[in-house]
Design a protein around this ligand. Structure first.
Ligand code: CIR
Length: 259
């Protein structure tokens, strides 16, 4: 078993002014650009404080959602995989991450299609990787991705993302190697069999997109009941502002590629 959160590196991208026009499912108001920048900067600073070597790529104004680098690739110590994001406006982001990843990974695999997969749908566990089917990740894409993961030595399973949840990891994240924090709709996910599933307290479903880095769990700062729940389990947490990125359906895992 290898640790799914013993990261040493992260690759981020600064938000461009166009980020305020990022995709959102509910058609809600734009986020504040300076608020997005502040949230991104706090996130990068926290990853650095936790010991990661973080590189921040230039903003891409032609791609409002490009600072969610998690969705365009998967990164592992053994290599990286370029994905095929399922939202048409995000497809071109892949061409802008190819060279940065080729420079940092000796092995670079790439999905060729015709299917799609977003990194937000991929949950790495200690012994396998779960690929969630969603509005962004289809079965054809998930099957191609599972084969590529196999080439890097990672077994993969395909799961269902509940309706109304953007990405699989919008609804869950790792507390530790044997424990998942999940929204109630994912509590009975068959692929979580054998793991302990802790559900988000009522009204705190957006807290589920936690990000464990080493011994610390990053979590949004607006979820006190979930903070208490993790603290009671002896988990070290760092709280981060996510109010502006939440306007465009994002959470903490979205803003980096990690390996
Ligand atoms: C999108 O809809 O693609 C962006 N506005 C949000 C992406 C969030 N990414 C993630 O959950 N991994």
């Amino acid at each position: 078993m290898t640790s799914p959160y013993a990261f040493t590196h992260a690759l981020c991208r600064a938000p461009a002014p166009s980020a305020v026009k990022g995709i959102r499912a509910d058609g809600g108001p734009d986020p504040d650009f300076y608020g997005l920048v502040a949230e991104h900067e706090a996130y990068v600073a926290t990853l650095r404080d936790l010991g990661l070597a973080v590189e921040v790529l230039e903003p891409l104004d032609d791609f409002p959602d490009a600072f969610f680098t998690e969705d365009v690739a998967l990164t592992f110590p053994e290599g990286a995989i370029l994905l095929r994001p399922g939202a048409p406006s995000r497809a071109g982001e892949v061409d802008h991450i190819r060279e940065p990843l080729a420079a940092r990974h000796s092995r670079l695999l790439e999905m060729t299609g015709p299917g799609y997969a977003d990194g937000g749908d991929i949950l790495r566990l200690a012994d396998r990787v779960i690929i969630g089917l969603s509005a962004r990740t289809d079965r054809t894409g998930a099957e191609e991705l599972a084969a590529l993961l196999g080439q890097l030595g990672y077994p993969a399973q395909i799961a269902e993302t509940p309706p109304g949840v953007l990405h699989f990891k919008t609804g869950c994240g790792l507390i530790d190697q044997g424990t998942i924090l999940a929204v109630p709709a994912l509590a009975d996910c068959p692929e979580f069999a054998g793991l302990e599933v802790v559900t988000t307290p009522p009204g705190e479903e957006p807290a589920a997109n936690i990000l464990r880095i080493g011994d610390t769990v990053l979590i949004g700062d607006r979820w006190p009941a979930t903070h208490a729940l993790l603290a009671a389990r002896g988990i070290a947490i760092r709280t981060l502002p996510t109010e502006q990125i939440a306007h465009i359906d994002a959470g903490l895992s979205c803003m980096s590629l990690r390996w």
